[in-house]
Ligand binder design. Sequence first.
Ligand code: SF4
Ligand code: SF4
Length: 704
Amino acid sequence: MLWVAIIGLVMTGVALALAGRRVAFLYKLATSGQPAPERIEYAKENVGTEIKTQLVEVFGQKKLLKWTPSGTAHFFVMWAFFILATVYVEAYGALIQGAITDTPDFHIPLIGTWPVLGFLQDFIAVAALVGLIAFAAIRFKNSPKKLGRDSRFSGSHLGGAWLVLFMIFNVIWTMFLFRGAAINTGNFPYASGAFASELTAKILPTSELLEEIGLLLHIGVMLVFLIIVVNSKHLHIFTAPLNVLFSRRPDGLGAAQEMRSGGKVLDFEEADPDVDVFGRGKITDTSWKGFLDFYTCTECGRCQSQCPAWNTGKPLSPKMLIIDQRDYAFQVAPYLLAGEEQKDSHPQDVLALLEKPLVGEDGVIHPDVLWSCTNCGACVEQCPVDIEHIDHILDMRRYQVMIESSFPSEAGVMLKNLENKGNPWGMPEMKRAEWIEELDFEVPIIDETMPEDVEYLFWVGCAGALEDRAKKTTKAVAELLHIAGVKFGVLGPMEACTGDPARRLGMEFLFNMLAQQNIETLNEAGVKKIVATCPHCFNTLANEYPQLGGTYEVVHHTQLLAHLVEEGRLTPITPIEEKITYHDPCFLGRHNKVYAQPRDIMAKVPGVQAQEMHRCKDRGFCCGAGGARMWMEERIGKRINTERVDEALTTDPDTVSTACPFCLVMLGDAINEKKNSGEAKETLEVVDVAQLLIKSVKGEPVAG
Ligand code: SF4
Ligand code: SF4
């Protein structure tokens, strides 16, 4: 057996050296990027949460199991990696013991002859084999050759995926060869339990040579697989737990990531674009967490399959956004890591590659890709390894907007209006209180301090105050709060845009300015509790203002109204006999997990027949307005709002309901087009859930 051990150990040494060199390269590349100390600090301070997340997401495969067939197959294949590690302990034990005693009957101390372990090893190997067949079937069924762009694998490196499936298959059959042969030679540690190995033994001859070949093959396959893994997308086997560990909590959604340079949050009063990093203009501006995202992408395409931009024919695929950056990073890494002093010796084509902008017509990422994103979060929500696409997109937008001044020109008008008038439409600030005059009760405007008996500040939002359709929601909410006896006030002309459109466009400087101005107003007024109708305002106030020192208890109007209905302070009595389908606003649903309350309200209105669209809740399809897209032309592909309304029409609704002023406008526009073309009935309308509720509570037409 000595020759077997020598071959086995030499193979292991060579493979470990090759894999180690690759790991060192990956580490060096990632740490050549920007620091991200906040990720490490958070993980250190929240050990309990992180352990729970690892258990649920990595070991429990929570996100993957939502995709039932492929998730179940992955569950077994992943657990095979853990459980079959014990077979490799046995294989190396046999290798070494065989060299020392010439009898390779090694068993793991304490548990190594326990039939349950033998059974578990065989069971998981067989389950993984079934998993491989399922993977192959899924890949055939979803082949890009068959489905083209509709395949979630389109654009992925397909050859690498098949190679990995083949290698896992090799691990399994060599395991049974080695174990079956060991049973026949009497060297197998389990007297019973290993059912599949026992079956294999029956068809194999008794041969020590066969056992030795089986052992070497089993070890050799694993070593080749190791080298393939560290050089391929299957690197996620090792990096996924790390990426999950260092992802933003709770899930990379909600608040936009703060802008950092050198690991520190950028202070715009002192920031210098010549010294500080403003977003990401080149690959080296990526933080090590960004590189970890690149290393971890499995190219599964779940993000791509959910992306509203991709699904309406735009060039943005969140998967390709990550893969393209990763491929470029790997292409330039040897030269980047060689250092500045080596630069002069690089050939011209390498220099040109190094000069390539991260975003540009000839860049790594095309501007149409960057500006197609609605920040809807569908990609982040579905990614099984917690890749944070929106963080990548926002950082690239920040560089484009603040350093290059390069962004869709239409959005420039919105920025100017925000800067000069504090709202995206450039309306005079006094107009913000005009809706109040249309009510038949008083709404106090807070100009200094919140009176003691006023519980909530009603954050009306720019659309809620200035856009005619959204104003209906504002008035409905105000009336409902009034009926329920909730004391509230508004800021009126003192309210300015929260800054969400500026931030999502990448104009962090303007966001900071508006946010600080609002925080000052809110703090001076002593505001503690806020109710907002706009999910974008809600998200910014609740999740982003704390980054700048503004911490309040913020609720969305659907949360407050559902609570008031539950408490019996609002009673919907008049039936609304309609089929209604609810559209989840992305910044309320995915970004803030408010799925139940709008539906609860609808369920309490007598007569309402709620119909879910196919894409709903965490898989809800965007209306197309988020990520500042509301202020950009949609020139490529099908309009996202049209796609959403087409889906709504499949439920044959009398009304489409939602809970966001932007969704209201986007879906309303698409419905009007459908009415003009005769594809939708004339009576079809889109309303906020609050409008439904007031109609039922008051039992009379609502002031329009
Ligand atoms: S946030 Fe939405 S639009 Fe943007 S890449 Fe992700 S899925 Fe696509
Ligand atoms: S980013 Fe996530 S969801 Fe998208 S392909 Fe990569 S691993 Fe899959």
